[in-house]
Ligand binder design. Structure first.
Ligand code: ZN
Length: 336
């Protein structure tokens, strides 16, 4: 049965969270995946403020390198179940929000907006060569990267989303990245807001390194765990996104992970997308425990708050980026 936030009684405790609780009790055994040091609790009582799924989560930080992770970490079957019930892969084509977003993304206005606000998904980058969009969903990025000159393929675990992308003419692989053995290596791999969803980002970057040609590039965007929006919004920060965001990176830990996976020429910069400011505000204002936050899909409210964020609060956004506390990390690195 499809289980939505609205259909779940608060007194119910789904099996997946009972399992999660048991693993939380055993968390003392867990160590940092990057340096092996112990973890300490930095924030507790986090709940899913987007979809309203049940469960309470904590953020633990490595005492040595500072890499943060969500606890308890759902297992792969648990995550699969959560994604299938909560994420609308290719299944919301009729929604007004999606229609407006699609029109906007393929308009001149969007390219102008990206120049002002920052290009969170590398949609302005032009070039040539083989590009793999990891976590391509229903193929929106594939269409844009094709238009920009690349020979594109996608990889996504969700078969429903892959079917939509294939119908548009794209080759999409639906195996696990660690099992993916391409016949020809890629020149570019894109992880646009994907790495923070991985239960093992260290292994993910090693696999990306494996499927790239020598000198091939990885492009990463992900939330900045040291961003100022986290401080301002606290538990309402949109990028906690528990339990879906399993790791929370800083510029330093992202660099370390890339270097450890064999990448060189690592560049990390920061932007603060107005969309993320708007979403954190909507979460702060409208999120209710155990209920889906429908205002996050209100196109008019989102657009209004984005415009306010970009044009009224631009000095704060600019200053945050300059001081290393922008909300989004953009990383580029090459296979050594
Ligand atoms: Zn560590």
């Amino acid at each position: 049965m499809r289980q939505t936030a609205d259909s779940v009684c608060e007194s119910q405790t789904p099996e997946i969270f009972q399992d999660a609780r048991k693993r939380s009790e055993a968390r003392e055994k867990d160590r940092c995946i990057l340096c092996g040091s112990p973890l300490e609790l930095t924030l507790g009582a986090l709940t899913d403020k987007r979809f309203g799924t049940l469960g309470s989560y904590e953020i633990h930080r490595c005492v040595r390198c500072g890499l943060e992770q969500t606890f308890p970490v759902p297992s792969l079957p648990e995550l699969k179940k959560l994604y299938e019930t909560q994420y609308n892969f290719g299944g919301e084509t009729g929604a007004l929000y999606v229609k407006i977003r699609e029109r906007f993304l393929f308009s001149f206005l969007y390219r102008l907006w990206c120049r002002l606000d920052g290009d969170i998904s590398f949609h302005l980058r032009c070039g040539s060569g083989r590009l793999l969009d990891i976590g391509c969903n229903e193929g929106r990025g594939l269409r844009i990267y094709t238009r920009n000159g690349f020979q594109v393929q996608g990889l996504d675990l969700n078969e429903t989303a892959a079917v939509v992308a294939r119908k548009a003419g794209f080759e999409v692989h639906t195996c696990l990245l660690e099992e993916f053995e391409p016949e020809t290596p890629y020149d570019f791999a894109v992880l646009s807001n994907v790495l923070e969803h991985s239960p093992d980002p260290r292994q993910m970057l090693r696999d990306v390194h494996r499927i790239l040609t020598r000198g091939g590039q990885v492009w990463i965007s992900c939330p900045n765990g040291q961003g100022w929006l986290r401080t301002v919004f606290g538990r309402s920060w949109i990028n906690w996104h528990v339990p879906f965001h399993t790791f929370h990176f800083s510029p330093k830990t992202l660099r370390q992970l890339l270097a450890e996976a064999g990448f060189a020429q690592i560049q990390v910069s920061q932007i603060t997308p107005a969309l993320w400011v708007a979403e954190s505000l909507i979460t702060f204002l409208f999120a209710k425990e155990g209920r889906k936050n429908r205002q996050l899909r209100n196109p008019f409210l989102t657009a209004l708050l984005m415009l306010i964020a970009r044009f009224v609060f631009f000095p704060a956004l600019w200053l945050g980026n300059r001081r290393g506390r922008g909300d989004c990390l953009l990383a580029f690195a090459a296979k050594a």
